[in-house]
Design a protein around this ligand. Structure first.
Ligand code: HEM
Length: 585
């Protein structure tokens, strides 16, 4: 202690010294990033704070959640810089700014996915490819979503939706809607994307394995001894960039053992898919073009190349990944927002009646439905109670569903006849007739409802890119190599054209035709540009068929005292899943 200083004064001095030291470190850290700006550009860096040395603003961001971005946007504007998980990041909001990012794919920016996602999904995917390879793959996959393909999927989607909803209505207790919507979308994906006809037990095993893969797509890939990653030896892939670690941590809860579980799930799915594809390839040509895999195989041939088994497996799993959680999230939001706005339900019913689709679409009585009578009813009840059991089953210590006794799930013959959703309609059955794309497109109000659901609660809140070169945005420079995150949710919330009741649910806002240029990048639930969602027509068709089935056959009510709060990471969903009772009309 310096002579003449009592200990409280010395402590105060030490604290002052520490505070000055910290302030100096912070200042030097900010200076370090200012000096790293691209000097060939006269433009300044975006406003914002780089936080504390090494940690940046990671702690604030983890504590504040989505408030982190909105508070900084209010303070610094639509383009601001920050530093998260070891990376400089520029967050971008607003139609004009987002437009530049989305249209700058391959030239100004490239997509940036977490390392774990790239390892688990593989290198032959659309998400993981760039430049010419990406363009070529997109062309091939586009056939899966062309009009003829969509038209052929509709009847099967309709049957699966109808089957699943009847199960919800027969469930004596409440339904966890988010979890049930995941089952529904997985059933649709397995059926129409992969053409799989599975028995209920097989379906559940497959769904669980798939969910395990998806849950770990955003995990921390650690190359530890005996880990699944080592066995997969994927870290030797030279295309994987270290900067993608940012997303790994952001979306994960950073669970290395989870990542190993993801590797295990991926290997099981690959094994299963390989057998399914082998069987498909051996089938006769009369069954061609009946599911997305058929479309991929044929489209690749037409484009002068055959997909290898590895490419086919990875493409199939990629499509299910992209469709699964997004569509389940949107379906849950649709059900939630309709419950909150019963007038919209009435208007959909009126529109269906006007197009003579209402009375046709009311439930066929159980006795006259496929599988007729008690068997059918019994199957539905079993499915409903299975679903209920699944939801109430305690999960394993990791919080994830365990795979039975820990052994790999047994998948017998992959392409077995499926039961209810595919059964032929017996004569005299009053089941609803198939709805065509043309009929769907005539339902203007329903289209507005689906659009509004995706505006208010966009499932994906934004997308990540890496700057390929230094470029200008909103008067600032975005230096080469920095991460760029474009925001979907914030762009919707701040769009000038939605300022009347921006947070409110008003489907009619979409009934007024906006000039294309005015609305194009204000409304981006499916992204835009070269990487826009390739499955958006399919997703919208699924949501419309779900809405039609819901309003014509069921009513639903809250099973909890209040509406749940919404969580936005990694995808929009209600906290606790949204517990509802469904009743047949
Ligand atoms: C409501 C449901 C859906 C939403 C909100 C949604 C949203 C999105 C968004 C925002 C992107 C762009 C991400 C970015 O810019 O980085 C995207 C890409 C993609 N989506 Fe969807 N999606 C949905 C359903 C589907 C479905 C049903 C499929 C396929 C069956 C699908 C397949 C894909 C694929 C393959 C990509 C990557 C495209 C590329 O990189 O070129 N999506 N989706």
């Amino acid at each position: 202690m310096p002579a003449g200083l009592c200990w409280p004064a010395a402590a105060a001095l030490a604290l002052l010294f520490l505070a000055l030291l910290l302030a100096l470190c912070r200042h030097l850290w900010a200076l370090r990033w200012n000096l790293s700006r691209d000097r060939t550009s006269a433009l300044p860096l975006p406003k914002g704070s780089m936080g504390w040395p090494f940690f940046g603003e990671t702690l604030h961001w983890l504590l504040q959640g989505s408030r982190f971005h909105s508070s900084r946007r209010e303070r610094y504007g639509n383009v601001f810089k920050t530093h998260l998980l070891g990376r400089p990041v520029v967050r971008v909001t607003g139609a004009e700014n987002v437009r530049k990012i989305l249209l700058g794919e391959h030239t100004l920016v490239r997509a940036q996915w977490p390392q774990s996602t790239q390892i688990l999904l593989g290198s032959h995917t659309l998400l993981g490819s760039t430049g010419d390879l990406h363009r070529q793959r997109r062309k091939i996959l586009a056939r899966v979503f062309c009009r003829a393909a969509l038209e052929s999927y509709l009847p099967r989607i309709q049957k699966v939706v109808s089957w699943e909803l009847r199960g919800w209505c027969m469930q004596p207790g409440s339904i966890d809607v988010y979890s049930s919507a995941k089952t529904l979308t997985f059933r649709i994906a397995a059926r129409i994307l992969l053409g799989l006809c599975l028995e209920e037990k097989q379906f559940k095993d497959l769904a669980k394995t798939f969910e395990q893969l998806v849950e770990n797509l955003f995990s921390l890939p650690l190359n530890v001894p005996f880990s699944g990653l080592r066995k997969g030896s994927a870290l030797s892939d030279p295309t994987l960039s270290p900067d993608s670690l940012l997303l790994d941590l952001e979306l994960s809860g950073a669970d290395p053992s989870g990542f190993n579980a993801g590797i295990k799930a991926r290997d099981m799915l690959h094994e299963f898919m390989e057998r399914a594809i082998q069987e498909k390839l051996q089938r006769t040509s009369s069954e061609e073009h009946s599911d997305a895999l058929d479309f991929i195989i044929n489209s690749a041939k037409e484009h002068g190349r055959e997909f290898t088994m590895q490419e086919l497996k990875e493409s199939a799993i990629e499509l299910i990944f992209a469709a699964f959680f997004t569509t389940a999230s949107a379906s849950t939001s649709l059900i939630l927002l309709l419950l909150k706005h019963p007038s919209a339900i009435e208007k959909i019913r009126q529109e269906l009646a006007t197009h003579e689709l209402y009375s046709q679409h009311q439930h066929c009585p159980t006795e006259s439905c496929p599988g007729a009578g008690r068997d059918c009813k019994q199957q539905l009840l079993t499915a409903a109670s299975d679903a209920h059991e699944d939801q109430s089953q305690p999960h394993g210590p990791t919080g994830k569903a365990e795979l039975g006794d820990g052994r790999s799930p047994h998948f017998p013959a992959p392409l077995e006849p499926v039961c209810p959703p595919n059964s032929p309609q017996p004569r005299g059955c009053r089941c609803p007739p198939d709805i065509s794309l043309e009929q769907l497109s005539r339902l203007r109000y329903l289209d507005c409802v689906v659009k509004e659901v995706l505006r208010v609660l966009p499932p994906v809140s934004g997308g990540y890119r890496t700057a390929l070169q230094t470029f200008e945005l909103d008067g600032y420079q975005i230096p080469k190599g920095w991460s760029v995150m474009y925001s979907i949710r914030d762009t919707h919330e701040t769009a000038a054209i939605y300022q009347s009741l921006p947070g409110g649910f008003d489907p009619d806002r979409f009934s007024v035709t906006q000039p294309e240029a005015a609305s194009r990048f204000h409304y981006i639930p499916f992204g835009g540009g070269a990487r826009s969602c390739i499955g958006k027509e399919l997703a919208q068709a699924i949501l419309k068929l779900l809405a039609i089935e819901l309003v014509t056959t069921a009513r639903w009510e809250l099973a909890t005292p209040a509406f749940p709060a919404m969580q936005t990471v990694p995808i929009v969903h209600p906290v606790g899943g949204l517990q509802l009772y469904f009743h047949p009309l």
